[in-house]
Write a protein that binds this ligand. Structure first.
Ligand SMILES: [Zn+2]
Length: 298
């Protein structure tokens, strides 16, 4: 069984209120999960969603560096630091990621792990060591697990996808790359996932959109993102590939606030063994251990 893991930054479960939550817009099919006592719930395409905690038992608003470290290692990074850390991991978090990240653990177990986001040439020219203070959790764990970073050549050859999956950000910067529809990008991701035991894709425009507080743009973004995910679902075999989608903290589900939220985040799973993944998972800390338990016997 393969795992395709789509990480969506800043996607929480909020109120059913179209005036501040773009997940409540008409046309939203997957992200329209609201505060409820009745989780897990069914999702279209035979998936299920559970509401999980992301506050890590530490006061203050959840943030990306500690939240993602917790999500990808199962270690409570915020408790260790005594606070939530935003942006990029510090040395302590980098050490945790080096030893315990899911990419490292899958690789150690002799399985093929991958991180499919494409990187620009500047990343390769400067190298991760020089950029260390500006490396995301995902970049750190991919680097430290010794895995390949995909470049623009790979992007043109459809071996990877860019973080916005349409390539529009690259085109704006002058790169000669084709603009992709959400459907085309979804097909590339679904196809690539067949070459890995565990493949990660990171999407963070949701978090940016939440901080910008533009309700309409946030709604458009979510509709495009759902088209991308639905295409993936239409192109993977649920008996072979498990699709897991989750987040590190809330944000876009409440654009009345400029900041992150303490709302729970959805853990969405599709595939034949989806119930096993959700079993016992109550917070972002439990996601990686649950995947380990099922797919990688350590
Ligand atoms: Zn943020």
């Amino acid at each position: 069984m393969r795992v395709l893991f789509i990480f969506i930054d800043g996607l929480g479960i909020g109120e059913k209120d179209e005036s501040k939550n773009p997940c409540a817009f008409p046309g939203i099919q997957l992200f329209n999960n609201y505060f409820s006592e009745t989780y897990p719930q069914k999702l279209p395409f035979d998936g299920i969603v559970k509401s999980i905690d992301c506050t890590l038992g530490v006061p203050g608003l959840p943030q990306s560096a500690t939240g993602q470290t917790a999500l990808y290692t199962g270690i409570n990074a915020a408790k260790i630091l005594g606070r939530h850390l935003s942006g990029f991991p510090n040395q302590k978090l980098r050490d945790i990621l080096t030893e315990y990240s899911i990419l490292q653990k899958v690789t150690e177990a002799g399985k093929k792990a991958g991180f499919i986001n494409g990187y620009r040439q500047i990343f390769f020219e400067l190298g991760p060591e020089a950029l260390i203070r500006f490396l995301s959790v995902t970049s750190i764990m991919n680097w430290k697990a010794g895995l390949k970073f995909f470049d623009i050549k790979d992007l043109r050859a459809e071996r990877c996808i860019y973080h916005d999956f349409t390539n529009r950000e690259l085109i704006k910067k002058g790169f000669q790359v084709p603009e992709l529809s959400p459907e085309k990008a979804g097909q590339i991701l679904a196809r690539a996932s067949q070459n890995y035991d565990f493949l990660l894709y990171e999407y963070f425009r949701t978090d940016r959109a939440g901080h910008k507080q533009d309700l309409c743009k946030a709604g458009d973004l979510l509709i495009q993102l759902e088209r991308f995910i639905i295409t993936v679902l239409n192109h993977i075999n649920p008996s072979e590939t498990l699709l897991i989608i989750t987040s590190d903290h809330g944000n876009i589900e409440d654009v009345s606030l400029k900041s992150h939220t303490k709302n729970p985040v959805p853990l969405m799973v599709w595939g034949d063994r989806k119930e096993e993944i959700l079993q016992g998972v109550e917070s972002i800390l439990d996601v990686t251990p649950s995947i380990h338990k099922m797919y990688v016997k350590f």
